[in-house]
Write a protein that binds this ligand. Structure first.
Ligand SMILES: [Zn+2]
Length: 51
């Protein structure tokens, strides 16, 4: 697992995965999109990790 330091306080950040489920308009289907974000456990700073 890659490491990243918080730019605000220098603490080691954690990579968190979040899944957003959206309904596709006009159909009974849903679409799941996964996001990854870096979260600092100390100061609640976070940023999205785009790949
Ligand atoms: Zn921090």
């Amino acid at each position: 697992m890659p490491e990243r330091e918080c730019p605000m306080c220098g603490e080691a950040m954690r990579l968190r995965e979040r899944e957003i489920v959206e309904r596709v308009p006009g159909t009974p289907q849903t679409k799941a999109t996964k996001y990854r974000e870096w979260v600092c456990p100390e100061c609640d700073y976070f940023e999205e990790s785009e790949e």
